[in-house]
Write a protein that binds this ligand. Structure first.
Ligand code: BES
Ligand code: MN
Ligand code: ZN
Length: 499
């Protein structure tokens, strides 16, 4: 799909469809007024007929208007003018894309003229590009009959001429996030017999070749050398060999300490010997979405050539039950030296992450953020809208919360209080890998916190946000928008402070 920025009047555009907005109770935007004026009040007539009222996400297609070059005009409802903000703007764009008739290959958007508080032209254009990519995403289904290709191939975003430079900046950012989200969705949606740890390693190498990252993909023997006994414990029940991936994007100042992202890459989680129930187990192919979000975010910052030092770490393996698998009662020695009594082999995410978090120490990071589909308990606590956020540093937590708000990819701050730590006590090892049913997402975070004492750290539990179930089953690409925005803001701050 091609995106471009242009200037001009809606009635004069040689595109298959122009899109203009109308507020509830029929109040026309300037673009809608232009069309109305050029077409002897065709827009007003539709509203008068009662067919279209401008309710948020509603739409109407007008064909062959005299005085309008484009063969179609899509009226899209923007809801109450007083309530219109960036959220409604995104909803409007989404509704418009969904309402485009099948024959439309090129669409001209005239939705940017409305002033939104605290939203610049750059932000609006970025949001438009991101939402269009999200809405038109097609899964690469493995079917004999290929899906029809996306008919929409050209998106033209109309802005005021004085805003051209800003709009281009926004477009670049929106497309970068869109590309990162698409990659994360693709990886999540792939079947687990294709998207194996080896495959993720290959993907990392490909990204590195495209964007000039430094990359290392460690295999079993090298992971053993590092002493990652906890990670390897999880991997030992599978015939698929594990991988430990290290990506480095070093475009910041030489002395700038890197921001490290750590992804959980369980390419399939059966639960291991503590086997999961069968219903919906296929969805555990999405248990590598933390890893996918790291790769997606690296794609986005690679596209942007972002001036920052960032490191991506991915621990990836399968969690399978077999004769060689770990079993409840086994004690593993982590890379940190701390020992772990495995009381439930299904609490495997923390077992692979703890070694990756210890590995992160060597980068003397300015911050470490891990991303993991870690607990079903997080879904019970927060549902499917926010990701769960835990941190040992309030400033970092607020940085991530703000990035999530700005990116419309929100997180919610959860407690990481000392009081929860005793739930992990073990009579036989330094800690147990589970802390009982109460506060399950918190005790999981508490477990990780024991391996992150040497740096500022945050943990995003994306169990409820990384994919959708049911009819709409599919990866969401979250939290790539949050993470990319977080890094973009860090790059801006470092440029401003000269550090
Ligand atoms: N990958 C799962 C978490 C999960 C489950 C995410 C369902 C999304 C939907 C994780 O490895 C897991 O199994 N966690 C256990 C932990 C428990 C054994 C303490 C869980 O949440 O049940
Ligand atoms: Mn599990
Ligand atoms: Zn898991």
């Amino acid at each position: 799909m091609e995106f471009s920025i242009k200037n001009g009047n809606p009635e004069n555009q040689a595109v298959d469809c122009v899109i203009v907005g109308v507020f509830e109770s029929g109040k026309l935007t300037d673009a809608a007024k232009s069309i109305d004026g050029a077409s002897s009040n065709a827009v007003t007539a539709v509203i008068k007929s009662g067919d279209f009222e401008g309710k948020l996400s509603s739409s109407a297609v007008l064909h062959g208007l005299a005085g309008v070059t484009a063969r179609r005009v899509l009226l899209v409802g923007m809801g109450k003018q007083g309530e219109f903000s960036e959220k409604q703007y995104r909803q409007t764009v989404r509704a418009a894309v969904k309402a485009l008739p099948k024959g439309v290959a090129s669409a001209g958007f005239f939705l940017g003229e409305i002033d939104i508080k605290e939203s610049s032209t750059a932000a609006k254009v970025a949001a438009l590009a991101e939402v269009v990519m999200d809405t038109t995403y097609q899964v690469n289904a493995i079917k004999q009959k290929k899906a029809d290709p996306q008919p929409l191939t050209s998106i033209v975003i109309f802005v005021d001429k004085t805003d051209n430079a800003q709009a281009e900046v926004g477009l670049k950012q929106g497309l970068a996030i869109g590309a990162g989200v698409s990659l994360a969705k693709d990886l999540g949606n792939l079947p687990p017999n294709i998207c194996t740890p080896t495959y993720l390693g290959e993907q990392a190498k490909q990204l590195a070749a495209t964007y000039g990252f430094k990359v290392e993909v460690l295999e079993q023997a090298e992971i053993e050398k590092l002493g990652m006994g906890s990670f390897l414990g999880v991997a030992q029940g599978s015939v698929e060999p594990p991988r430990f991936i290290i990506l480095q994007h070093l475009k910041g100042k030489k002395e700038q300490k890197p921001t490290v992202l750590v992804g959980k890459g369980i390419t399939f989680d059966t639960g291991g010997i503590s086997l999961k129930p069968g219903g919906d187990m296929d969805e555990m192919k999405y248990d590598m979405c933390g890893a996918a979000s790291v790769l997606g975010t690296f794609k986005a910052i690679g596209e942007l050539g972002l001036a920052i030092n960032a490191v991506g770490l991915i621990a990836t393996c399968e969690n399978m039950p077999d004769a060689g698998a770990i079993k409840p009662g086994d004690i593993l020695t982590s890379m940190s030296g701390l020992t772990i009594e495995v009381l439930n082999t299904d609490a495997e995410g923390r077992l692979i992450l703890c070694d990756a978090l210890t590995y992160a120490e060597r980068f003397e990071p300015s911050a470490v953020v891990d991303i993991a589909t870690l607990t079903g308990a997080c879904v019970i606590a927060l549902g499917h809208h926010p990701s769960g956020l835990f941190s040992n540093k309030d400033v970092l937590a607020h940085e991530l919360l703000a990035a999530g708000e700005a990116a419309h990819d929100r997180a919610w701050h959860m407690p990481l209080w000392e009081e929860f730590q005793t739930q992990l006590d073990s009579n036989f090892a330094d800690m147990a890998n589970i802390g009982g049913r109460a506060g399950g997402s918190i005790t999981a975070a508490c477990f990780l916190s024991r391996f992150t004492k040497k740096y500022d750290w945050a943990h995003l539990d994306i169990a409820g946000t990384a994919w959708k179930s049911g009819k709409e089953k599919g990866g969401t690409g979250r939290p790539v928008p949050l993470l990319t925005t977080f890094l973009v803001n860090r790059a801006k701050n470092s440029a401003a402070s000269g550090k």
